[in-house]
Write a protein that binds this ligand. Sequence first.
Ligand code: ATP
Ligand code: MG
Length: 443
Amino acid sequence: MGDTSTVSARSGTPAAPPPCSAIVTVGDELLYGETVDTNSAWLGKALTGLGLPVAKRWAVGDVASDIREAVDAALATADLVIVTGGLGPTRDDLTRDAVADLLRAPLREDPELLAALERRFQARGYDRMPASNRSQALVPEGATVLPNAHGTAPGLLLERRERAVVLLPGVPRELRGLFTDHMEAWVRRRFGERLLAIEHRVLHTTGIPESRLSELVEAVLPPSLGPVSLAFLPDPLGVDLRLTVRGVLPQEAAAHLDRLEAILAPVVAPWRFEAKGGDLAEAVVSALRSRGETLAVAESCTGGLVAHRITTIAGVSDVFVGGVVAYANAVKQGLLDVPEVVIDAHGAVSAEVAAAMAHGVARMCDATWGVGVTGVAGPTGGTDEKPVGTVWYAVAGGGRVVTRFARLPAGDRAAIQARAAQGALHLLHERLVAGETPELNSA
Ligand code: ATP
Ligand code: MG
């Protein structure tokens, strides 16, 4: 029965292996890198959400023998194989033939399908359908036709004993439409109770490197996590902890996740933020809103990115007052009242200037909170004392100003700016909800 691993038996009876799926994507353009394979990502989520996780994936070019081999191998692995791409009417569209050949299901023209295709072309104002589109009315013997309400090529579902292959068009919109219209219900019907409950929960963090977070987390994890697994998903702005529970009754899933979250929560608290979309700006805005407070920002090295992050969220005018991109010292002095002597004594990239910027902009905008960011985004302008990546953040409000230093990894300018904007939002978020972040040796 393929090579899916067998889940340990519950209550002494040997469990049937949980069903799984596989994906075969077809198209030279996917191999050349001209098209990014978004279909697999979308299907991966959709199938996992249904409880039919993807065990393996194949990507092949427009070569009939390669398509045959990949589908054959996929059928040996998975209960449902999804093939996308190469169903169109052109000479490079070989999927239908290759799969019909593999499954020894001769192609027959389906009169109803042909009539529907012709109607579709007439409805679009063509007097006749191009001859090449006739191939889209060909159906392998025994296949179920999945009508395509989103384009011309229908989906084709072929069942072989316990397994099934479904051919879907490569056009992402059509693929998604067909999968949602037909396959979701089919999967539920076909696998029913055998589908694995899979649920995720994500804890978002920022301001702590993955390796350090992993040390802290490992120190509190119990020896066995049971049906829950834990993944670290880092990106330049933070690390997400993804908790996944699988193979339990759906009604038990949340309790398993709660248990692990309760263990992790105290450890990650200083760096954690809660936002549906995973955006720290979202968490900052909702904290400000629930406190009925307002924000203004003064930015140098981030050039308005903090303001942009905030204003990307719709409806923030109740909490965001405005901001100043204070690049030149003259603007820091003239608009934000940063004293010239402070700039002369400490330099434009300093705790003192960041603090004065934060104060200045809060006062100027009459906001509860002011944020200041100043740093060296590079690639030029670094010195021994203040190399590229040196940033000072300040948050003024509640009667005091808090500053923080960061030495961001010298990389490209855009990455430094993106991280600096995140760092500024992090310091503000901390003051709004999370409490003080412990000092880290590695920033
Ligand atoms: P059509 O009937 O339009 O010819 P098709 O099933 O033949 O559909 P393809 O010709 O393989 O599909 O691809 C159609 C379009 O969809 C192309 O623009 C292609 O780049 C895109 N596409 C194909 N496969 C994928 C994929 N895996 N991810 C994202 N886009 C894809
Ligand atoms: Mg095509």
